[in-house]
Design a protein around this ligand. Structure first.
Ligand code: GLC
Length: 744
């Protein structure tokens, strides 16, 4: 019997192997077929038509940068532009595509790109908010829905995910990223690429994704956008590049160069980044697009003498497509005629671009994304809105709660005070694509719908977001006096974060602090709801408000999602992915810092400030729940392991509170001694788990050599023998620990 079984099994295995080989053969055949098609097309193309494929212009449908151009329709007609961004909608994209297909010599289809960052029409929380869910499936789902809606409106390509690590909340673009941690940022990058690109780009509800901004844009000096980036190759490779590599490993179709220089070379002119790392080391076979006129900006950087020189540097460094700069459009042909740029280089760039158009199936049917019925049935649907509410709930981070949340639904009178209480425009945040802010649900609407007419709600703005008008303070104080509970709704305008939105001061803008202090003096139970695009300096609020709920810009369903949390229909589970500084002077502040030779103690001559502690107000990974969790019985599968062994880390988590809830169990390591110094902690695992009240679960992590590896003194990426600590907890500060040895 067993013999028969083993024969049957081996037959299955043989069949499986043949199938997988033939599948691989099919796949490689398909790739070969595509390359052959590209060869044929290239052989027909003039140099002008080739340069056209390397040119991306914005339409006048939306503005996302400093320049606009007339005549892009004529450029399409003359085959001098191969992709258009900031144009969406089936009618408009079809109109432009028809020009490219019917009025140009070769009829090469256009690509339509757009910044679909955190939703297309249905807007999800800003990416920093989404990252606070620590829920990769949910983050992938949000990107999937964004792709379904964007592709239904004729788009083929999104300029997302933004995967820039940043440790400086003065930089406004932290709102678009996944926070300060490389490990989490890499995991989220993969989830977002999966969401946007799906499992097969031939599916018409998938879109090309873009890993941006390559590279290290989030390390801009002083948190000032577009500013200089300078760092060791080790920090570049250990902290800033892994999310890009993760996106590439997940199959991301395109990369976008960053505005900044790295080590003196602007990214759009950096052979090191675009050729040595991206192509030679990582074997990337998609295409590289610049950021908005970033080739042109190499002149201002002092790297290029003029636009022709910049074009030469960019194409020879490895930039395939020029966004909006018209540098290739104006100068590439001449550079080829002067043999400063080889046609072979041009052909390779064109090949990279055409490959993606073939992958999308646009040569089979250039109108396959132009379907009116889909546009009418798959955008802003009830299901999508429900998902937006689900993600918005999970993105909220409870920072403080002195027994005032959740608020009882039987509450008689609520005073909703602050400029964000009845605010609609700011809720969908920056980079909100085709989102319609007029359809966002305000916090006031969310509370009203939740509580019905049983509760009286007195809503008073009290102040604007910015400015110094205090004329409504008395009305706000009176409202607080007449209420059982006060909800302060404070924050930033959406444009105070995102691109070109760095702030040197991270306090609440305007007179919101004065408003809050005046209202808090009334002495009623007070919950502060924050709506903002970055960590803020709110130590004064932490000392005075009974509760603080960070909601970021929570998107189209903001009001409902926040009300779900405030009144206990959802137990908050979000965790910070960026540290909240006590004051701006602490920046850059992040959990995985080095110990230094004089780690902080009460002694004078140690690494600290005279006027503030070293620790953040709220640490990376922090977030409270309406219940409580206890960590016990941290066990390791061994106290000594060899290099090729894996280590099991097991820990019990108990929900010790009265409510069911979710916890993000975080695993950190510390390599105590290395050939280069190592951070005091590094996130190497996390699991979001649900626990009913009183329930205990045993969670297991597996640590491998990959988790212990780093760029050693000789820049080899490997683990080194020695002592390690393991930390497990619900944030990067409150942990239980153990240790193990990695043998030589
Ligand atoms: C902007 C942004 C980039 C965006 C591009 C197109 O300047 O830096 O993130 O994708 O231009 O809008």
């Amino acid at each position: 019997m067993i013999n028969q079984l083993s024969k049957g099994l081996s037959l299955c295995l043989i069949l499986l192997t043949i199938l997988s080989c033939s599948e691989r053969a099919d796949q490689s055949n398909l790739e070969d077929q595509t390359e052959n098609k590209i060869d044929s097309l290239l052989s027909l193309m003039t140099i002008d038509e080739k340069i056209g494929q390397l040119t991306l212009f914005t339409s006048d449908y939306d503005v996302t940068g400093p320049t606009m151009r007339e005549g892009y329709i004529e450029d399409i007609k003359s085959g001098k532009v191969g992709a258009i961004f900031n144009a969406y909608g089936v009618d408009y994209t079809t109109k432009l595509q028809k020009i490219a297909i019917e009025e140009t010599r070769l009829g090469i289809p256009l690509l339509f790109g757009y910044d679909v960052i955190h939703g297309h029409k249905t807007i999800f929380p800003i990416s920093l908010g989404e990252s606070s869910t620590w829920d990769l499936a949910l983050i992938e789902k949000a990107a999937r829905i964004a792709a379904i809606e964007a592709s239904a409106e004729g788009l083929h390509w999104t300029f997302a995910p933004m995967v820039d690590i940043s440790r400086d909340p003065r930089w406004g673009r932290v709102s678009e990223g996944s926070g300060e941690d490389t490990y989490l940022g890499a995991a989220i990058a993969k989830a977002r690429v999966r969401g946007f690109q799906g499992s097969d780009l031939k599916e018409t509800n998938t879109i090309l994704a873009t890993a941006k901004h390559f590279a290290a844009y989030g390390a801009a000096l002083a948190g000032r956008d577009y500013n200089t980036v300078d760092m060791s190759d080790r920090v570049l490779r250990e902290t800033y590049l892994p999310p890009f590599k993760a996106a590439l490993d997940e199959g991301v179709a395109t990369f976008m160069t960053s505005f900044n220089e790295v080590d003196g070379i602007p990214a759009s002119g950096s052979k090191y980044l675009l050729n040595d790392i991206l192509r030679d080391e990582w074997k990337f076979n998609g295409f590289v697009v610049t950021d908005y006129t970033s080739i042109n900006e190499m002149i201002a950087h002092g790297f290029s003498t003029d636009l022709k020189n910049a074009a030469e540097q960019a194409i020879n460094a490895g930039v395939d497509m020029d966004m909006q700069g018209a540098a290739y459009y104006d100068h590439l042909k001449e550079l080829v005629s002067e043999s400063k740029v080889s046609e072979k280089t041009i052909d390779q760039a064109v090949r990279n671009v055409l490959r993606m158009k073939f992958k999308l199936g646009l040569f089979d049917d250039p109108y396959r994304y132009s379907n009116k019925e889909r546009e009418q049935s798959q955008v802003f649907t009830k299901e999508h809105l429900e998902s937006a509410r689900e993600v918005a709930r999970a993105s909220q981070v409870l920072l403080k709660n002195d027994n005032v949340l959740p608020i009882s639904k039987d509450v008689k009178t609520i005073a909703l005070i602050g400029p964000m209480g009845n605010n609609r425009r700011d809720l969908i945040g920056s980079w909100s694509a085709a989102g319609d802010w007029s359809k966002a649900v305000t916090l006031l609407e969310g509370i009203k719908e939740k509580l019905g007419s049983n509760t009286k709600i007195i809503q008073v703005n009290g102040s604007d977001v910015e400015g110094n008008d205090q004329s409504e303070f008395n009305r706000a104080i009176a409202a607080a006096r007449n209420a059982d509970v006060v909800i302060l709704a404070l924050g930033e305008n959406y444009w105070m974060s995102g691109e070109a939105a760095s702030r040197s001061n991270l306090d609440l803008p305007g007179v919101q602090k004065e408003l809050a202090e005046a209202v808090l003096k009334v002495g009623k139970p007070t919950v502060t709801v924050l709506m903002n695009g970055r960590p803020l300096t709110i130590e004064w609020l932490d000392n005075s408000s009974d509760a603080i709920l960070e909601t970021w810009f929570a998107g189209t369903q903001a009001g409902h999602a926040i009300a779900d949390v405030l009144f206990g229909d959802y137990n908050p589970s979000g965790k910070l992915t960026m540290s909240f500084p006590r004051n701006v002077g602490q920046i850059p502040i992040f959990y995985n810092n080095k110990n230094t030779g004089r780690p902080m103690t009460d002694e004078k001559y140690t690494s600290k400030y005279l006027d503030v502690s070293n620790d953040p107000l709220y640490p990376f990974g922090f977030g409270l729940s309406y219940t409580s969790f206890e960590y016990n019985n941290l066990k390791l599968s061994a106290d000594k392991i060899n290099i090729n062994d894996s280590l099991k880390v097991i820990v019990d988590i108990t929900n010790t509170g009265d409510l069911d809830g979710e916890e993000v169990v975080q695993l950190y390591i510390q390599d105590l001694v290395g050939s280069v110094t190592r951070p005091v902690k590094e996130l190497k695992g996390f699991q979001k788990i649900a626990l009913n009240s009183g329930e205990t679960k045993s969670i297991t992590f597996t640590i491998t050599e990959q988790d212990l590896a780093f760029y050693t003194a000789s820049m080899d990426f490997k683990a080194e023998a020695g002592e390690f600590k393991i930390f497990v907890g619900g944030n990067s500060r409150d942990v239980i620990e153990s240790k193990f040895t990695l043998n030589k």
